[in-house]
Design a protein. Structure first.
Ligand code: HEM
Length: 435
């Protein structure tokens, strides 16, 4: 596979490939006015406006929200174990817990999807992804045949999901504006973008972070209510399945590799006993970070990234031209399983990432990109990492996790071919025991 060309498309020659393939029609389908779908200058302006919402400083402020949602999860597990119930459906448990986190952060609503099976955020999130025939056609059209969306009158979200999320945002915005209610969450930041057009700069930046530079004209352009709803919706969707799948896969690998799980627990014990539990101490869990990186290599929640060629592009060193309008699919999963790039690709080896952020610093081109790369990489990457590490560290500081079914311990996992993002085919059961 030509990983140099992939690097050119995503990073180096981004100017010819800056758009995703999702069709946009903000008038007829307002939820398409979101960051993942928007194109060209409109996307660029919005990306600049939203980027300060995802800095380490903002995440630090949101950390207590994440942590309190994770506490609901560990209390639920504790309660069940005390009642003699120590086996859990891994995927559903983390989907519910993650819905608590993301609905709290993106919408400012404190849900309890773990104890309430009929919670509407959970139900509507599931209804967006569940592989019914209608949803499969919708996903196929939006990702691969976007020109058919308008003629076939196919909207980005099913009607009931669209109505639920847009009405929820309207109610939340009305309430916050009437009462001047403030909270450290994305909704508060989106309201600042609605009312003043920009977010203030962060005082402290982490290594590798840059201050966003606004041009004075775009700085003052404000978001309207539909745009606020579209961004809250894409933050919710962008993390609903991806995050819970990532937690699920990582925990399954730690349950299959008990020696690695033990090493992770030792690191958690050491870091939390000396530094306490905080945004910074979770960041300092370096071996857990390697495990997360390796899990995202084996199981990239987004196994395929699509891009549209926006300007004729001559592939360097050849006579081949990619013409404007061509849709391109970049196979993240296949590249991250290529034995010429990653030795023993089906094995779970976190040590690959000890000295290299990509798992193989000798490889050429772009070989490891579970969050995409370049100017359009996943805007929620930092938050995803903190969320996964907070959940796993809270769990493994109290419990040990085992797989129930022999088949899942010995055999490679199979994937649900009807689902996007990447999801295990089976409902995998985990046994959780107090340490
Ligand atoms: C493990 C979890 C996640 C994975 C694996 C993941 C992966 C990705 C990937 C592969 C892309 C496309 C990048 C590209 O085209 O180069 C993307 C885009 C995006 N993600 Fe994530 N994501 C995750 C979590 C999140 C979270 C937590 C949020 C929001 C809070 C989020 C919001 C977005 C948005 C808004 C975009 C569009 C960015 C743009 O087009 O400018 N994602 N994500």
């Amino acid at each position: 596979m030509d990983t140099e060309l992939i690097n050119r498309i995503i990073v180096q020659d981004f100017g010819s490939f800056h758009d995703h393939t999702v069709p946009v029609d903000e008038e007829k389908d307002p939820l398409t006015g979101q960051l993942f779908a928007l194109k060209g200058q409109k996307w660029r302006n919005l990306r600049i406006k939203l980027s300060p919402a995802f800095t380490s400083g903002k995440l630090k402020m949101m950390f207590p929200i994440i942590r309190s949602c994770v506490d609901v999860l560990t209390e639920y597990i504790d309660k069940n174990i005390k009642n003699g119930q120590s086996v859990f459906s891994s995927k559903d448990l983390f989907l519910r817990s993650n819905t608590n986190v993301i609905s709290s952060i993106a919408f400012g609503i404190d849900n309890d999807c773990i104890n309430d099976p009929n919670n509407q955020f959970y139900i509507n999130g599931k209804n967006f992804f569940v592989p019914t025939l209608r949803n499969s056609i919708r996903q196929l059209v939006f990702m691969f045949i976007p020109s058919l969306a308008s003629p076939l009158n196919i909207k980005f979200a099913p009607k009931d999901v669209d109505t639920f999320f847009r009405n929820s945002v309207k109610e939340i915005v009305d309430y916050r504006e009437k009462t001047n209610y403030r909270r450290n969450d994305f909704m508060d930041l989106l309201l600042q973008l609605k009312n003043q057009g920009f977010l203030p700069a962060d005082n402290e930046l982490e290594e590798g972070e840059k201050q966003v530079e606004y041009d004075e004209k775009t700085k003052l352009i404000k978001l309207n209510l539909n745009e606020v709803a579209a961004q809250a919706f894409v933050f919710f969707l962008g993390s609903f399945e991806t995050l819970s799948s990532t937690i699920n896969f990582l925990l399954i690998e730690l349950a299959r590799n008990k020696n690695i799980q033990k090493k992770v627990q030792e690191e958690i014990d050491q870091v939390f006993s000396t530094q306490g539990v905080s945004y910074d101490s979770v960041k300092n869990l370096k071996y857990l970070e390697c495990c997360l990186n390796e899990s995202l290599r084996k199981y990239p929640a987004v196994p395929l990234i699509t891009r549209e060629c926006t300007k004729d592009y001559k592939i360097p060193g050849t006579d081949l031209i990619i013409t404007k309008g061509t849709d391109i699919s970049l196979p993240v999963f296949s590249i991250q399983h290529d034995p010429e790039i990653f030795d023993k690709p089906s094995e779970f080896i976190p040590e690959r990432f000890l000295d290299s952020p990509t798992g193989n610093s000798a490889a050429n081109g772009l070989c490891y990109f579970p969050f995409g790369d370049g100017p359009r990489h996943c805007i929620g990457m930092r938050m995803a990492r903190v969320n996964v590490k907070t959940t796993i560290s809270a769990l493994l500081s109290k419990f040990t996790v085992d797989l129930v079914d022999e088949k899942h311990i010995k055999k490679e996992l199979e994937f649900d071919r009807k689902m996007f993002p990447l999801t295990p085919a089976d409902d995998i059961k985990i046994k959780i025991t107090p340490r």
